[in-house]
Design a protein around this ligand. Sequence first.
Ligand code: G3I
Length: 337
Amino acid sequence: EGLHSLMLAAGKLFFGTATDVRYLDNKAHQAIVQNPNEFGMIVPENSQKWGELEKEDKGKVDFTNTDIIAAQAKGNGQLFRCHVLVWGAQLPSYVTSTSWTEKTLSDVLQAHITTTVTHFGSQCYSWDVVSEALSSSPDSNTLSTTSLFHQVLGASYIPFSFYWTSLAADPSSKLYYNDFNLELSPSKAQGAVDIVHLIRNYTSPTGEKNKARIDGIGLQSHLFVSSVPSLPSLTSTLELFTNLSLEVSFSELDISHSSLSPSPNATQIEQQEKDYMTVISACLAVKGCVGITVWGFSDKYSWVKDAFPGKGGGCLYDENMKNKGSWFAVAEVLRRA
Ligand code: G3I
């Protein structure tokens, strides 16, 4: 019995995890990644990002690492999520160092989208087409102006990206907008609603309407213990999107401790278990919530400890790949569903 099989029994599509080639030599980690009862959806943590695909020179695209992860998922009968086409971070160095005009940047963006989406074809259950387009300091319904794409192309880079992905993608691949703190900031959630309308109302440069498709919203949910929204608040955020005929998923879940020193005490550990139960319950309560993906399952490899020194411990398995209380809490809530 694993989390994914429990999730299926609860009527959902997947319980998944991020992983990547850099963890391939850890056998204990691999045994868990490759257990399709535990994880039914795999997403590459880094290797499919534009800056990783075009690491060397402009135009030298290398899909090898992502192909390895995709093939492994396929071999295990796991779904594969494609992450991420258009994001302001982890870009190739030529993209960040060139002085672009509207025309030259749109051409390069369109080529990147078409080449990448065509390469992966029907392998992608879904595509994170655009990530993190909304302002985050503070979180709000306005678009982030720190993104190179916004600086050169304005807001239209978002529907433009969904338009070109819609043309290139397999019709069965779901196209997602993915962001963090949508679950914490009502204003930012409204910003995501506005993005959906922007995409649906888009007229392409050649005058086509209704060709840019969006199918889902990914709520990243990089959360902290004791700061997780209530169950009613989470379900109403999910419903904001399902009411627009979109599917939703928790796409990068982790619930970290704000301080690891001294080690979390029993109360904090118990709170983390409750917080995980709240998030899982929210997905179970909303019909259009199709699944949950954790952003890594082991505290050993969580991105949080690199990005926020002193914080972490937010995963379902400890550094030795042993199930934590948080894992048992998730399993229990799924079993009760
Ligand atoms: O691969 C190089 C390695 O060669 C080098 O020695 C090392 C030294 O710093 O860096 C390595 O690259 C790092 C890469 O992770 C792989 O470890 C980058 O510096 C580091 O910035 C990168 O961090 C990733 C981060 O995105 C970048 O923004 C995290 O692993 C990844 O978990 C994180 O994931 C994002 C999602 O894609 C989008 N949503 C937020 C989420 C968390 O930030």
